[in-house]
Design a protein around this ligand. Structure first.
Ligand code: NAD
Length: 367
């Protein structure tokens, strides 16, 4: 690989695009600019062997354009593996819009973005991600059919977050079965970091099962609201990674499992919704394994949302959505057993399973 022989500075100069650390054989990367609306977006199409690339659009005020590019490349790759391991006939893609969603998002900008999506002719389907609402997808739908996550009143499958939370809950229970020999969560201390759309529903599901849930968030108002609603405790310490917990559920940001946090974590299980939880997937998966922490790979257990939006393309209903999401339990348990058998990390076992499915389809397509 290029990165083995070139230093970071050489990389920037000699291979600024294909040599990016996060560039992993992406099929296509599209830069979209429109002066009138102020749109600056990047669409990453990682792999379309299994089907059209599907992944949400994130609007975020990135500090640099490199950060935006890096994010879209990492996220679109993650979508390839998520859909592959979940058994969906979808490839991996993602889009980012550079800017503040609160102040810079306008219907005109969203429509212009939709027109760019349309030029890809169905190779990429967009959906909601951070900074987007269902209503934004409805706006995009006005200019292209290549969008999912639209309102139920407009024929969409509705809000994917509760389905994502249910899948994470299934993955967490599978991890408990593997670690403790029972999938019951009652009495387990579950720390949910980030109580947004997905986190709150995960709090509900785990608290209803009798888990001792502790919540953490940067939004004080949300903390008080969710704490009162479900009778759960708010983490008030200095450093959330040192909290007493059995299960850590990252539902806010990526890269929270890193050199600094792994040594502090007291959890025996990590199972949450955030994408790209391992700061470095080659190093941190192995460190968790050494510490005996069971890690439920993010792209495996947070697939409920994509199962939900895929229903809009395939036309299946609520029962099928929930059945497929529930199956995350079985897939996760299979992955844990496979990883144990082969002495590899759960992350590596998941990647392998996804890659095998893509390779098989590629072979079949060539025949
Ligand atoms: P959200 O924006 O609704 O919620 C995120 C929450 O995290 C907010 O309450 C925010 O205040 C909090 N937060 C931000 N920074 C924090 C920090 N440093 N410490 C603690 N809390 C912090 O997002 P969401 O839709 O609930 O998604 C949560 C995560 O799951 C994201 O990483 C997202 O990419 C991922 N994910 C979501 C879905 C989905 O269906 N929504 C699907 C797959 C993956």
């Amino acid at each position: 690989m290029v990165t083995d022989v070139l230093t970071a500075n050489q990389l920037k100069k000699e291979a600024p695009v294909f040599g990016q650390m996060s560039f992993d054989n992406h099929e296509q990367v599209v830069f979209c600019h429109d002066k009138d609306t102020g749109l600056k977006a990047i669409i990453g199409v990682h792999n379309t062997v299994l089907g059209p690339a599907l992944g949400g659009t994130r609007m975020y005020n990135y500090s640099t354009e490199w950060d935006a590019l890096n994010d879209v490349l990492r996220l679109s790759r993650g979508m390839t593996y998520k859909s592959a391991i979940t058994g969906l006939n979808l490839g991996g893609g993602k889009a980012v819009i550079i800017g503040d969603a609160k102040t810079q998002k306008t219907p005109e900008l969203m429509k212009r973005f939709g027109e760019f999506v349309h030029t890809l002719g169905g190779k990429y389907y967009t959906a909601e991600d951070v900074g987007m609402e269902t209503s934004d997808m409805d706006t995009v739908r006005e200019v292209t059919p290549y969008v999912t996550g639209i309102s139920e009143s407009k024929g969409g499958a509705g809000n994917p977050s509760p389905v994502t939370a249910y899948g994470v809950y299934m993955g967490m229970k599978a991890a408990a079965e593997f670690k403790y020999g029972t999938n019951k969560l009652d009495g387990k201390r579950v720390l949910v970091q980030g109580i947004g759309h997905v986190g709150e529903e995960l709090v509900r599901l785990t608290a209803e099962e009798g888990a001792k849930v502790v919540i953490s968030d940067i939004n004080e108002e949300r903390l008080n609201e969710v704490s009162t609603k479900y009778g759960v405790e708010i983490y008030r310490g200095e450093d959330v990674y040192t909290a007493d917990m059995d299960i850590y559920a990252p539902c806010a940001l990526g890269a929270t499992v890193n050199d600094a946090t792994i040594n502090k974590l007291k959890a025996q299980i990590i199972a949450g919704a955030a994408n790209n939880q391992l700061a470095n997937e080659n190093i941190h998966g192995a460190l968790l394994q050494q510490k005996g922490i069971v890690y439920a790979p993010d792209f495996l257990i947070n697939a409920g949302g994509i199962i939900n939006v895929y229903a809009e393309i395939e036309g299946y209903g609520r029962d099928e959505i929930m059945k497929r999401t529930e199956n995350i339990y079985n897939t996760t348990l299979d992955i844990f057993n496979k990883a144990k058998e082969e002495g590899i990390t759960t992350h590596a076992a998941s990647l392998r399973k996804a890659e095998e499915r893509i390779a098989e389809r590629k072979k079949a397509n060539l025949q």
